[in-house]
Design a binder for this molecule. Sequence first.
Ligand SMILES: [Zn+2]
Length: 302
Amino acid sequence: MAGESERKKVTRMRQKLPSSLERQLLVKNRHCCCICQNDGLGKEVEVHHIDGSNSNNIESNLAVLCLVHASQADAGLKKGKLGAGKKLKPDAVRQYKKIWERRIELDLQHRKKTQRGSNMGDRGELKRLKREALAATRRRPEDMAMFEQKVIEIDLLDDISRDNKVSAFHELGQEVSLNSDRGTVILTEHILWQLAAWDSPSIVTELIKIGTAIGLLRYIAEILWDIGVGGVEYGRGKDVIRMVANAILEVSEKAQMINAHDAVVICRKGLDSMLAAAHKDKRVHVVGLLEHAVTSLAESRL
Ligand SMILES: [Zn+2]
């Protein structure tokens, strides 16, 4: 039976969906079920494997669905009569996904076009996105999906230099570390994504050649320093502080890889400042982990 082999496949090869992919997909779908679309705004959603195989994590096999539609799609994968509930066939889910993602794409293109107009267009757009992102950080924690959406949209702006984008993240970092654990995590993760491609030596060589790598690392280290110190001073959670400290260690590792000593120094100062802030504000529960981070950085430089 096809159903039987399907089930076997699922249990045998269950592989976790990488969280970066999941996040990307959720943002791409605006955290909406691709069937309810805008009407489903605010509903709980999950990432569904269209063909029923949980190890098939290619993007075209993943659809964002609300819980109702996900259970209908699960029912649609089973052969024969199974209950009287509504079923959604995989092809139907694929079609809904395609239409919804295309609609979002067109909407983004349209907004870009209408915002552009003059050569101030994208800069106006950057300002607007930054303002909206800042507003989102001041709302309830659930609204952080909106914050994340804005951060991604900033990154997608075409005619804005990386420096301008990074300095926008800088401003956002100061704001989120003041009032949001979740926002601090989102921004820190996003800043690290900028370095995701650095695991491949050929890409790093290329970056060094075009001379952007060192400046970017320095900038990223400075932002993390600010977020980290702000986070300690404004009482962000221990896990959040640990995450920022680890991010700084990661940047320092990349910086050492290409002998960007300036950036390593900024990383070290960042961790030192976080530790000093923790002592000063008597945030004893993060002192230990920060001391540990300072030591690891020092040891990695031997
Ligand atoms: Zn739905």
